[in-house]
Write a protein that binds this ligand. Structure first.
Ligand SMILES: *Cc1c(COP(=O)(O)O)cnc(C)c1O
Length: 419
């Protein structure tokens, strides 16, 4: 790292310590040709196939309106003065968050391999056989465990229980009560961990191994990452369908809320594979949990704990409240992240309220981080966002927030206006 770069990184880190928003930009050009490879095109194609194969099964397991079983979201226009398109993952089926992509995908992979190992289904046979009693008897003998601050445990737990797997969800004590209640109601075992969450994950992982349970590991799972990456082709198809052409003169800028980096990393890797240098990805993190920013600013390519930087990992954005990044995500996409916007809880809350008032969207603070990041990036790095650019904010969750929970957020936002 040269002097100027480390100076910029140091400035970003001191802003974070003061609790201020900051924008980190990758020094130097992307190294696309060499670095996009971690996402193998065949793996992404396999994910699309698997989601397609399972659509009839998911439609049966989660009958809602006339849902066809495809895990897809709309690309919608925002109010004119936002200058954004919105990827509506907050309304994804099954989980109401982006976790319906990675988390559900990993459950499908696992269920399929259990079924094949038990001779219940040969590759190529219809997946609907997995809903027959014979399959249910086999699946119900297997255990699956997941650890998460909330949304991953929820998505994985809901999907795993639907297939009849015995399911253990390890959650932090701060995880939202309604998510724990809903998991318990469908027969998952919810184990609450107090104190350091990272340590709880380690315990959950070791416990799962000792019991012979399959463990969905947010920090190292390739299946999660690949499941998220399938969203890139979906967005590309939607842009094409709306007649939006992406090129060097009209680049695509995508704002992606980031926790451990798996969801934004998988999506970003998929987009870079499609658009190359014509897409720029901006990750959005809460100031106090900006673990990807911390790792990239440190420059070593390895996770850095935000606690070691003097940050509290304390944010309203519970989907993003993690202290250190996924090594897998850093490896796969770290060098090609164009910028990281660290946004304040206040900015997220304001956008939760504004999205509701101006667009009727029910977003959780984590999803509003994408909107706050768009605002910050345009203000701090206008050259990154040329006037012709097509900008997409990835709204990652919120439609399932209970009324009381959402009203509480709006109340907090209102209290901000009055001070
Ligand atoms: C999990 C989550 C993210 C980020 O995903 P990571 O894989 O942790 O980076 C973003 N938004 C919401 C709502 C989430 O639940």
């Amino acid at each position: 790292m040269d002097g100027e770069q480390s100076g910029a990184a140091e400035a970003a880190l001191s802003a974070l310590r003061r609790g201020e928003a900051t924008l980190w930009r990758r020094p130097g050009p992307a190294r696309l040709e060499a670095d996009v490879a971690p996402l193998d095109a065949a793996e992404t194609a396999e994910a699309q196939d698997r989601f397609g194969r399972f659509a009839p099964v998911l439609a049966r397991l989660f009958p809602t309106g006339d849902w066809d079983g495809r895990v897809r979201s709309d690309l919608i226009a925002a109010p004119d003065d936002w200058s954004l398109l919105l990827k509506a993952d907050h309304a994804l089926p099954i989980a109401g968050s982006v976790k319906a992509r990675g988390g559900v995908y990993e459950v499908l992979c696992h269920v399929e391999s259990l079924a094949e190992a038990a001779g219940l289904r040969a590759p190529g046979e219809p997946t609907l056989r997995l809903l027959e009693p014979e399959a249910a008897a086999v699946l119900s003998r297997h255990r699956l465990a997941v650890a998460s601050t909330g949304n991953l445990g929820f998505a994985v737990g809901v999907a795993a229980r639907a297939f009849g797997l015995r399911t253990e969800a390890h959650m932090s004590r701060e995880a939202k009560a309604w998510k724990k209640q809903r998991l318990r109601a469908i027969g998952a075992e919810v184990i609450e961990h107090a104190g350091d969450y990272g340590l709880a994950v380690v315990r959950a992982r070791d416990g799962a191994r000792a019991e012979g349970a399959y463990f969905v590991d947010d920090e190292t799972s390739r299946r999660l990452f690949v499941g998220y990456s399938a969203a890139a082709a979906e967005l590309a198809g939607q842009l094409r369908g709306q007649g939006v052409e992406i090129c060097a003169r009209r680049p695509l800028i995508v704002y992606l809320p980031c926790g451990v980096g798996g969801a934004p990393g998988g999506i970003a890797a998929g987009l870079k594979a499609i658009y190359g240098a014509d897409v720029r990805v901006v990750f959005a993190e809460p100031v106090s949990s900006s673990c990807v920013l911390a790792a990239l600013a440190a420059g070593g390519g390895r996770p850095v704990s935000v606690y070691d930087l003097g940050l509290a990992n304390d944010t309203l954005a519970d989907g993003l409240a993690v202290a250190s990044a996924s090594p897998l995500a850093l490896d796969a996409i770290g060098r090609n992240i164009d910028a990281v916007a660290a946004v304040t809880d206040t900015a997220m809350l304001r956008w939760v309220a504004r999205a509701w008032r101006e667009a009727g969207l029910r977003l959780e603070p984590s999803a509003a981080a994408a909107l706050a990041a768009a605002e910050l990036t345009r203000a701090r790095a206008p050259d990154l966002v040329p006037a012709e650019a097509v900008q997409v904010a990835w709204l990652t969750g919120g439609s399932l927030l209970p009324d009381a929970e959402f009203a509480g957020l709006l109340g907090q936002a209102e209290a901000l206006q009055s001070v």
